[in-house]
Design a protein around this ligand. Structure first.
Ligand code: NAD
Length: 484
């Protein structure tokens, strides 16, 4: 990154200007002002990155797992040493409170590298002694060069969640971060080189999805694509990559249900639902946007949630007391407000929030929105069915467990779900019946990196995390040996 805050590509271990010489503006959401520009790359840059990755591929593939793990650990240590710089950059680029970047984004990016540095040391393959004279075993070879495409909501957290297992498994990576939040990926690429990652093992190409993402997905060097982003983009990527028989991991959108039964720990349920609805301004794929509450406690729960939502402090992300930062872009701000207008048309009552906020001082022109709680929506309407990805929680009343589960499952998505109950039987029953890749019972966003992570239905294909990620980034090969 130069002093002019120009985010360049990082190819073959060095910063490189985009082949076409074009740049895109990068905005600070909290002020609404442009603060940097980012390379608007094209397929020539993708070609250069793929060539650099191919050149590095042999050496990295043949490095021992111990050596790869040590380099990943060194990267984690270096990131930890620059923790505050990265937290500030993430907050500036994305609009999230710096307190959240310190508590979640940057620590998790460190953990992603530490976790896979260790995991690869323990990643074993199977051996099947078939008979006295036949032995079958499985080799798990790296794929070669892989593509990782990540979104803007948890920029470094998701960027590292993909590239750490890819690198640990012995692949070289060409990564495309979101053009909306390119800062920390750029800083990170340089940090990796300084930490001893050989040139070309990780390459970052900036630019738009159509110009860079699609060129990456269609490039013959790329053996697999790991993508996190919207469902429509996932479908587009599949249409480019699937006919070329590339391995695909797609982590897509969500419309996550929260089920609050009348035997729930009320205070814990309200406090955590406030977080699960509004953390990161609701811009987390795991946020609960449909909150189903049992009839017996509905009114009390609604009133308490509204009271607490109104009390959330919206303002300058750099202030320690801020709980809600800015939405990521002007377009996204308009989109979320559009959904609130639609919710009104569809018959809902906006109980609180949903208004543009103009904090005093430097953030007066930022893209802030007060957190909204709404009720009275039919479950079949667009606001109930489509992903909003902002600080909007819709409440629904239910009377029976079957009704709650049926409503929760009545969506094209199936990423995350939350159940609040003190009944052990119900917890297990409902968790098993919800169509989602993950169900949290009496908690939210508690993560163990060993667990499989992903969605069903239109929320995705495949799983990340733990062995799932290492399996995705390796090709199994069966060797059948007949002893003479
Ligand atoms: P997006 O789909 O617009 O963009 C994601 C990435 O894909 C960006 O880097 C973008 O440049 C790139 N891209 C866009 N068009 C492309 C194309 N045609 N070919 C290749 N790449 C392309 O998503 P977003 O707006 O950045 O992120 C928000 C979405 O991400 C939400 O739907 C959210 O639910 C989802 N998300 C899902 C998860 C998960 O784990 N399932 C996590 C975070 C975010």
């Amino acid at each position: 990154m130069s002093e002019r805050e120009r985010f360049l590509n990082h190819i073959g271990g060095a910063f490189v200007a985009p082949a076409g010489g074009a740049y895109l503006p990068v905005y600070e959401p909290a002020t609404g002002a442009q603060y940097a520009e980012v390379a608007a790359s094209n397929k020539r840059d993708v070609e250069g990155a793929c060539q650099a990755a191919e050149r590095a591929s042999r050496g990295w593939r043949d490095a021992s797992t111990e050596k790869r793990g040590a380099i990943l650990d060194a990267i984690a240590n270096k990131l930890e040493a620059q923790f505050e710089q990265f937290a500030q950059a993430e907050s500036k680029d994305n609009g999230k409170p710096v307190s959240l970047a310190r508590a979640v984004d940057i620590p998790r990016a460190v953990s992603n590298f530490r976790f896979f540095a260790g995991a690869i040391q323990h990643f074993a393959s199977e051996c099947h002694p078939t008979s006295a004279d036949v032995l079958n075993y499985t080799l798990r070879a790296p794929l070669g060069v892989v593509g990782c495409i990540s979104p803007w909501n948890l920029p470094l957290y998701l960027f590292t969640w993909k590239i750490a297992p890819a690198l640990a498994a012995g692949n070289c990576v060409v990564a495309k971060p979101s053009e909306i939040t390119p800062a920390t990926a750029t800083m990170f690429a340089q940090l990796c080189t300084e930490a001893g990652l050989p040139p070309g093992v990780l390459n970052v190409v900036h630019g738009t999805g159509p110009d860079v993402g699609e060129a990456l997905c269609g490039h013959p060097s790329i053996k697999a694509v790991s993508f996190t982003g919207g469902t429509k983009t996932g479908a587009r990527i599949a249409s480019v990559a699937a006919p070329l028989f590339k391995k695909l991991s797609l982590e897509l959108g969500g419309k996550n249900p929260v089920l609050v039964f009348d035997d729930a720990d009320f205070d814990a349920a309200v406090a955590t639902t406030l977080r699960s609805s509004f953390s990161n301004q609701g811009e987390i794929c795991l946020c609960g946007s449909r909150v189903f509450v049992h009839d017996a406690i509905y009114d009390r729960f609604r009133d308490e949630l509204v009271k607490r939502a109104k009390a959330l402090r919206v303002g300058d992300p750099l202030e320690a007391t801020t709980e809600q930062g800015a939405l990521v872009s002007e377009q996204h701000h308009a989109r979320v407000r559009g959904y609130l207008a639609l919710a009104r048309e569809e018959g809902s009552t906006i109980l609180c929030g949903g208004e543009a906020v103009s904090p005093p001082g430097r953030c007066a022109n930022g893209w802030f929105l007060s957190p909204a709680v709404i009720e009275g929506l039919p479950h079949s309407c667009r606001t109930s069915q489509e992903e909003i990805f902002g600080p909007v929680a819709a409440l629904y009343r239910f009377k029976t467990e079957d009704e709650a589960v049926a409503l929760a499952n009545d969506t094209p998505y199936g990423l995350a779900s939350v159940v609040w109950t003190r009944s052990l039987d119900r917890a297990h029953r409902v968790a098993a019946n919800l169509h989602a890749g993950i169900t949290w019972v009496n908690c939210w966003m508690v993560r163990d990196l060993r667990t499989p992570f992903g969605g069903v239905k239109q929320s995705g294909v495949g799983r990340e995390g733990g062995w799932e990620a290492l399996r995705f980034f390796t090709e199994p090969k069966n060797v059948c040996l007949k002893l003479s």
